[in-house]
Design a protein around this ligand. Structure first.
Ligand code: R5P
Length: 322
């Protein structure tokens, strides 16, 4: 049976989900008042992935939704296979909707003889697989320059700032938990109109972080720690302990775009007096935590972007700047 792509307005427009985050893809499709395209993703007995688009995409404007959630390598290969299947099936234009870009933290070489992981991923994704990529709050904005295809770098900061506002204590102060988060914290500051302090951190290992100094007066202030992502929780833990030692109030709001919550992260964070942790669903979220967690969906944002791209509308107000 051949099923045509759904129609939005008069033109064909397809949303196809990889297997990384079906719930987000369904949320996007729901916001667009349409169904996800039918596709098959399976593994051959030798472990190789095999994908197939089970409906016509010829002449369509295709949006392939696949955050590079762990295991990133599997989801990357799946994405590339889906894009290739769409291309060979005659799709007119393919946009990769990749709300979480894995390997983005490997955007520079800290030591010799390391790979520049972010560049490798950008080369792989930008080598003709898709025409355009949509990402959200990438670790470093300069990564856009690694791609040879156009990149729309969206931000979830306004969504998260709205949620923070509801939990905002008096005498709040935004905290960039490392120097890399300063621009992000300033974007929050513009939304929330509160000051920023910066923690200077050195990473000693995957789960070992040391704070060297705090720039800013945090005494008797209620910290709102903001970051692009939270993985093991050790950056937040180290920052919070240094802030407590510097006399901040023992109540933390933590807001991150990408909640990876790798093994042990919840236990690590549970050592802190967290009033609320706010994250988005750029990655699948099934967090059971002993502190309040709020998950804000980026599905309406991504649906809005898809509609604007499809109709050649402006994205200016949705893009990450600074
Ligand atoms: C690093 O520069 C990132 O912005 C995050 O601060 C970091 O990746 C968080 O990782 P973790 O939770 O494992 O400390």
């Amino acid at each position: 049976m051949t099923v045509a792509c759904m129609k939005i307005g008069q033109e064909a427009n397809c949303v196809i989900a990889g297997s990384a985050h079906p719930a987000l893809a369904r949320g996007i499709a729901g916001a667009l008042a349409t169904d996800l395209a039918i596709r098959t993703i399976e593994r051959f007995p030798d472990g190789e992935l095999h994908v197939q688009i089970d409906q016509s995409v010829r002449g369509s404007d295709v949006y392939l939704v696949q955050p590079l959630a762990p295991p990133a390598e599997t989801h990357l290969v799946e994405f590339l296979l889906l894009a290739d299947a769409c291309r060979r099936a005659g799709a007119d234009r393919i946009t990769g909707v990749i709300p979480y870009l894995a390997y983005a933290r490997q955007e520079r070489r800290a030591n010799g003889r390391e790979a520049l992981g972010a560049r490798v991923i950008a080369d792989t994704l930008g080598a003709g697989a898709v025409d355009r990529i949509v990402v959200v709050d990438v670790h470093a904005t300069a990564i856009e320059g690694f791609f040879s295809c156009p990149v729309e770098h969206l931000t979830a900061v306004p969504l998260l700032a709205d949620a923070i506002r509801l939990a905002l204590p008096e005498d709040a102060i935004l905290i960039a938990p490392d120097v890399g988060a300063v621009h992000l914290a300033e974007r929050y500051a513009r939304q929330l109109n509160i000051p920023v302090a910066t923690v200077q951190k050195v990473r000693l290992g995957a789960t070992e972080v040391r704070v060297q100094a705090i720039a800013g007066d945090v005494g008797r202030r209620a910290p709102v720690i903001v970051d692009d992502m939270l993985s093991t929780g050790h950056t937040v833990l180290a920052a919070a302990n240094a802030l407590l030692a510097a006399g901040c109030l023992p109540t933390f709001v933590v807001a991150v775009t990408h909640g990876l919550f790798t093994a042990g992260a919840v236990e690590t964070l549970a050592r802190l007096p967290i009033k609320q942790l706010i994250t988005t669903d750029t990655l699948p979220q099934e967090l059971a935590a002993p502190f309040p967690v709020r998950v804000i969906s980026v599905a309406p944002l991504l649906a809005d972007v898809i509609m604007r791209l499809h109709k050649a509308g402006s994205l200016a107000e949705l893009l990450a700047r600074g």
